[in-house]
Design a binder for this molecule. Structure first.
Ligand SMILES: Nc1nc2c(ncn2[C@@H]2O[C@H](COP(=O)(O)OP(=O)(O)OP(=O)(O)O)[C@@H](O)[C@H]2O)c(=O)[nH]1
Ligand SMILES: [Mg+2]
Length: 486
């Protein structure tokens, strides 16, 4: 008899690398600060530390004999040159109770480039090598201290551009997403085991009720995956930001709008049309969403060459935008140039659009909402603002928020899990498709071994999220996004 299906991808993660050496890196950001930390991890971490650490207290035991999770005062001395590198505090965390799961030593030294460099040089000379980007976290993953969703969350927490983004990443770091995926995988494995019994006993015809049971369970998994996917669209902007382009004809106040949103005079504003020639990019956090804002040259025809090039760049920026704020001037009726801008919008690949009617402080009201809507489309929200007095800016920010995440903010699923990485979303989609295929196979009474190919595909897609089915190349891609020292 065949063996019950084993999780094909579930192997000891530590098989990923054959020989483990000892790595070291500066764990704190470059520059000057109160303290900096040089971190050492690996089987020889304690020996490396012993070779460089000298304590003024002659009763202090050699580093290997010090109890785990204790702190010791001393100096780092270059093991070959004998020169003092810096005065330090040494922290040791013995395996497996450390971030990486290996022996870890941290040397807290003075936070300047010279002492940090000297301590690192001493540590490298004592038998460690410089860590690659993300290598500490990668080891934590390989040693089962974190699953892949958590490891990625570490990078996201560090890179978060807004508090909301960091909070989403922290939630992922707690491992709820990983737990959820593991649940789904184990349910799937049970189901596969059940179905594959049929393969072993072909003489036992698969019962109608078995098929129905399997379908019910698959539908249930499908619902759960759909629920996760729904949260993905809403969560992503908080972490990855939204490419937002300010577009419009010259002189309507695009640069003034950028400045108003940034709350500083970043872009040059003059009363002359054609002031902005190049694209200008700045990040601003609006209600927790990092907007990568691009101010562009006013779009019009027949002007000098520099301006024409600027207009080309504006169009290019618009093509890459996820959100476009198209600005109009309330002191004038729609001009030909306005209409040309609107036409260009129509040729774009459905970015979200907000029409911004600026200069309402002039109280002219030449541009009626209904007229504008007729042109830009009834569904496009219209904000009336004054970049000069900031009137209406809050309403505009609310519209931006709603355009990006919908009403009410990022929806978590019933248990508070939010999918916020494009990689996870893609894998979930793959899992979803595989389930759909499996379901249609079951319903059309396809042979069970064909159905189980789909189920394996689903299992693999889910495993890629937590790292249970992650290949070396995927790990390389993920961990290379980290900084060295993390
Ligand atoms: N009254 C009033 N004037 C404004 C407002 N916003 C901008 N302006 C004025 O409009 C003129 C053009 O503003 P800009 O921000 O340079 O316009 P722009 O769309 O960036 O122009 P280009 O870069 O030439 O395409 C300047 O004189 C601004 O002071 C506003 O809300 N109210
Ligand atoms: Mg401008």
């Amino acid at each position: 008899m065949r063996e019950a299906p084993q999780d094909p991808e579930h192997s000891d993660r530590s098989n990923h690398s054959d020989k483990v050496d000892t790595i070291a890196a500066v764990a704190t950001p470059p520059g000057v600060g109160g303290i900096a930390i040089v971190r050492i991890s690996g089987p020889d971490a304690l020996q490396v530390a012993r070779r460089v650490f000298s304590s003024p207290d002659k009763f202090t035991a050699p580093v290997q004999e010090l109890p785990s999770h204790t702190v010791h005062y001393g100096h780092v001395v270059h093991p070959k040159e004998g020169s003092r590198a810096d005065e330090v505090l040494l922290l040791l965390m013995k395996a497996p109770r450390s971030f990486t799961g290996e022996d870890v030593v941290e040397l807290h030294c003075h936070g300047g480039p010279v002492p940090v460099g000297s301590v690192l040089r001493a540590v490298l000379a004592a038998g460690s090598r410089l860590a690659e980007a993300g290598e500490f976290t990668r080891r934590a993953f390989l040693n089962g201290r974190l699953d892949l969703t958590q490891a990625e969350a570490v990078a996201d927490v560090i890179a978060a551009r807004s508090r909301a983004g960091a909070q989403l990443a922290l939630r992922q770091l707690e491992g709820q997403l990983g737990d959820r995926i593991r649940h789904l995988r184990s349910a799937l494995l049970d189901l596969m085991a059940h179905l594959e019994v049929v393969l072993d006993y072909p003489e036992l015809d698969i019962e109608e009720t078995d098929v129905q049971d399997a379908c019910t369970q698959l539908h249930c998994m499908q619902d759960k995956i759909s629920g996760l996917l729904e949260t993905a669209a809403a969560g992503r902007p908080f972490r990855e930001g939204v490419r937002t382009v300010i577009l419009g004809r010259p002189n309507v106040g695009k640069s003034s709008l950028l400045n108003a949103l940034l709350q500083r005079e970043r872009a040059i504003v003059t009363e002359l049309p054609g002031t902005t020639r190049d694209v200008l990019e700045e990040t601003v956090v609006v209600r927790g969403i990092p907007l990568v804002l691009t101010d562009t040259a006013g779009v019009r025809q027949g002007s000098d060459r520099a301006e024409q090039l600027g207009v080309l760049r504006a169009r290019e920026a618009a093509r890459g935008a996820e959100l476009i704020c198209v600005v109009f001037d309330d002191s004038e009726d729609l001009t030909e140039d306005d209409c040309r801008v609107i036409e260009e919008l129509n040729s774009l690949d459905e970015p979200r659009i907000i029409a911004v009617v600026n200069k309402i402080d002039l109280l002219i009201g030449a541009l009626r909402d209904c007229k504008l809507r007729e042109r830009v489309g009834q569904e496009v929200p219209v904000a009336r603002i004054s970049a000069r007095t900031r009137e209406g800016l809050e309403e505009l920010e609310a519209m931006i928020f709603e355009a990006v995440v919908g009403e009410g903010g990022p929806a978590a699923d019933a248990e508070g899990v939010v999918v916020s990485s494009a990689r996870h979303e893609e894998a979930l989609r793959r899992a979803q498709e595989a389930i759909v295929d499996a379901l249609s196979g079951l319903k059309s009474q396809m042979p069970v071994d064909l159905v189980s190919i789909d189920l394996r595909e689903c299992l693999e897609a889910l495993g890629a999220i937590t790292g249970e089915a992650a290949g070396e190349d995927l790990l390389d891609r993920i961990f290379s996004k980290f900084c060295v020292g993390k």
